[in-house]
Ligand binder design. Sequence first.
Ligand SMILES: *[C@@H]1O[C@H](CO)[C@@H](O)[C@H](O)[C@H]1NC(C)=O
Ligand SMILES: *[C@@H]1O[C@H](CO)[C@@H](O)[C@H](O)[C@H]1NC(C)=O
Ligand SMILES: *[C@@H]1O[C@H](CO)[C@@H](O)[C@H](O)[C@H]1NC(C)=O
Length: 481
Amino acid sequence: MANPVLAALSSAVAFSYGILVMFYYWSLTVRSGIYFRKSTAAFRSELATARDRFWNLSKQSNSLYHRFLTLHDGFKFHYVTNVAPDDSRGATASKPLVILIHGFPDSWGIWRKVLDSTALRESCSLVAVDMPGYGGSDILKKYSATEVLDKFTEFIVALRERYGFDDPNNEKPREKVIIVAHDWGAVISNRLAAEAPQLADRFILTNGPLIGLVTSNIKSHDSSAVKMLKIFLHSPLRSRSMLGKALYTLRPVLRQVLLSGYIFALQLPLPFIRIQGTSGDFAWLRMVHLLANGTVDDYTVKDATESMATSLGPSAAECATETFDHETYPKGIIKQQFSEKFINMVSYYRHGTSVGRWNKSIETITALHSLGGGDDLGRRSSRAGVFDDGPKGALRAKATVVWALNDHALDQRLNLDGIGDYLVHNSQVISLPRSGHFTPIERESGVALQKIVEWAVAGEKEDVNSVVQAVYPGASVTLRT
Ligand SMILES: *[C@@H]1O[C@H](CO)[C@@H](O)[C@H](O)[C@H]1NC(C)=O
Ligand SMILES: *[C@@H]1O[C@H](CO)[C@@H](O)[C@H](O)[C@H]1NC(C)=O
Ligand SMILES: *[C@@H]1O[C@H](CO)[C@@H](O)[C@H](O)[C@H]1NC(C)=O
C-alpha cells in the first residue's frame, strides 16, 4: 500500500524538480540569447516558406504527396508518401512498405533526409506519418497506451490494405513491411514489436528507450546500491569503500534522472506547459533544435526554419488547403493554437503511454489475428512457452536497434546493457559513436539510417556492418542475435 504522506512528498519533490528544470531551461535560453532574440523578417518569411513546403496539402514538394487515412471512429492520420495517388494497388504491393514514425517534438519532417534517398524512392512505398496530436494528424482526448496503440494498429493494418498487402487474391510473392521509428515513435514501436509483432517483418528502432529494459536496469542498479549502503551503514568505518561503490553503481541512474529533467518539467500543470512551449517566440523549441545539431557551425537558417516547421505543423494558411482528393486537415487541429498542440505532444509523457496496460479492443485483436495467420509467427507463438517469452517488454519481431552513443537525453548503459535478452533471433544492435539523439536529421547518422533502411528493403542480403561502415566509419554492429 502506498503511504499517502510519502506519495504527497514524492509528488512535491517531482513538482519542485520540474519547476527547477523549467527555470534551468529558461535560463539557458536567456543566457544563449535565444530568448530575447526576436526573429527577423527574413527568418519569418523563410519559416512561412518552409511551412508551405511541408504542410500545403495541394503541393507535391519534392515529389511527395500528402494523404489522410480515416479510421472507423473518424480519427484522421496525416502522412506523406512517395506513392502517386493514382498508383494501382498491384504496383505498390510488389514493393516493400516502409512506415516511418517520428518522436518528440517533431513530425513527419524529421525524416526529410531519409526520404531523399532515390534508392528508397524507387524500391519501396514510403509512408512518413504524424503521430496523434502532432503535425497534421488528429488529436486524442487521452493519450493512454490503449488509445494510442489501438490507433496505430488500425492505421498500420489499413495502410497494409491500402497498399495491396494481405490480399488473399494477390498471387505475387508477399513483400515486406518495415517500421522505422525514432524517440517516442520507437517507444511506441517497441510496444508494437512486443505486443503486436505481426504488424511488420522488421522494426528499425533508433534512440528511443525500451522501457522494460531500462526499468529492469534501474531496478538492478538500485538494489545493488541499496545492498552496498546497508553494508556501509552496518559498519561505516570498516566498509567505508562501500559508500563510494554504491554511488558509483547509482551513477547511471542519477545521470538519467538529470538527463530526463525535461520529463519532470513536462509533468507540470498545463499553464506551465503552455508557457514552456511558446514563450520567448518558441525559445525552448528553438534551443532543442539547435542542440539537436551537435555542432552549431553549419546550422543554417534553412535548417532552423525546417526544424521549426516540423515541430509547429500546419499554420492557418495551410489549414485552408486540400489534397488532390479534397481531403483537409482534421477539424481538431484547424485554428488550434500551438500552445494547445504542444499540450497534445507532451501528453504522451503525462498519460502513461509507454508503461500503461494496452487493453486491446476486439477490433484490434481480430485485425492482428487475421494478419498472424499462415506465416512463421504462428509457429513462433505456439513454440513460445512460459520460459521462451523473455522478460517483460521483450520484442517478438525482428529488430535492428540503431543507437547514437552521444545521446544527451538517454543514458547508454541503462538503455543497452542486457538488450540481447529482449531481442529475437536475427536482430542486431548497431552503434553510431559520433552522433546525438536526433539520428534521422544529423548528417552522418541520417545517411547511416538511410543505408540501413535500404539494406532491409533490398532483402537484407548484404552484411549490415559493411553497409553502415561504408558511410559511417567507426559505426559497428555490437550485438547480433
Ligand atoms: C498551396 O500550394 C498551391 C500550389 O502550389 C498554391 O497555389 C497555393 O497558393 C498554396 N496555398 C497556400 C495557402 O499557401
Ligand atoms: C478493456 O476494454 C473493454 C472495451 O474495449 C472494456 O469493456 C473493459 O472493461 C476493459 N478492461 C480493462 C481492464 O480496462
Ligand atoms: C544540423 O541540422 C541540420 C538540420 O536541422 C542538418 O542539415 C545538418 O546536417 C546538421 N549538422 C550536423 C553536423 O549534423
